[in-house]
Write a new protein. Structure first.
Ligand code: DX5
Ligand code: ZN
Length: 225
């Protein structure tokens, strides 16, 4: 069952010189979760932040620190992200041969476990780990950068995943190209957590946080019609 829709701004689109204030600003303006994109320049062609920055941000986040690991291998770093205060750690199904083990490891650290699926990865990649996950993240862009266009073929995957999940308590998170135009399509298909980077941060700053609020309300309004 999908719960109320949550908006998880991706701080990849925030001002990196001001990340603590950016987290406080989006929460004050109504963000449900804070999505942190971790990239290694190997699994994806970009480098971002690591556990040290997550730990520094933790006191600035009152809601949920949602850590999306776009790194391979991931297992050696799970403990560091758990100790940095992650509430959710998501690993990619494509990031290594032992997804089941990675998910067991995340849960054993007392953290909620997520699996992300690249656009070319089928829904059935998670068939045998459904009881080990709290979240599945459907990538609606190729991971690595903010501001890319939504890949429409993924909407059918969301629908398939919602059927596979059945009555399990598993979030379906959408990551990439979420806007007031695309959000209703994935919510109708069964998604309940919407990551949005550029659609939340564009046009605003910590000095004009009301823009973030306006942008998030536009997404919420679009999905509640
Ligand atoms: C992409 C990241 C996303 C990204 C989304 O690799 O995982 O979280 O920041 O950015 P937008 O919403 O701009 O597509
Ligand atoms: Zn992400």
């Amino acid at each position: 069952m999908a719960g109320p829709i949550k908006i998880a701004p991706s701080i990849l689109s925030a001002d990196f010189a001001n990340l603590g204030a950016e987290c406080r600003a989006i929460e004050a303006e109504g963000a449900d979760w804070v999505h942190v994109d971790v990239m290694d320049g190997h699994f994806v062609p970009n480098l971002t932040i690591g556990p040290g920055v997550c730990k520094a941000l933790r006191p600035h986040i009152k809601t949920v620190m949602d850590v999306h690991l776009m790194i391979a291998p991931a297992d050696a770093y799970l403990q560091a992200f758990a100790e940095a205060g992650a509430d959710v750690i998501t690993v990619h199904a494509e990031a290594g041969p032992h997804l089941h083990r990675s998910l067991q490891a995340i849960r054993s650290l007392g953290v909620k476990a997520g699996v992300a699926l690249n656009p070319a990865t089928p829904a059935n990649a998670i068939e045998y780990v459904l009881d080990l996950i709290d979240l599945v993240c459907v990538m609606t862009v190729n991971p690595g950068f903010g501001g890319q266009s939504f890949i429409h073929s993924q909407v059918a995957k969301v629908k398939t995943l919602r059927e596979m999940i059945g009555d399990r308590d598993v979030h379906i998170e959408i990551d990439g190209g979420v806007t007031p135009d695309t959000a209703p399509q994935v919510v109708a298909a069964g998604a309940d957590v919407l990551v949005a980077g550029s659609a939340v941060f564009n046009g605003g700053s910590v000095d004009t946080p009301e823009v973030y609020g306006h942008n998030m309300r536009a997404i919420r309004a679009a999905v509640s019609r």
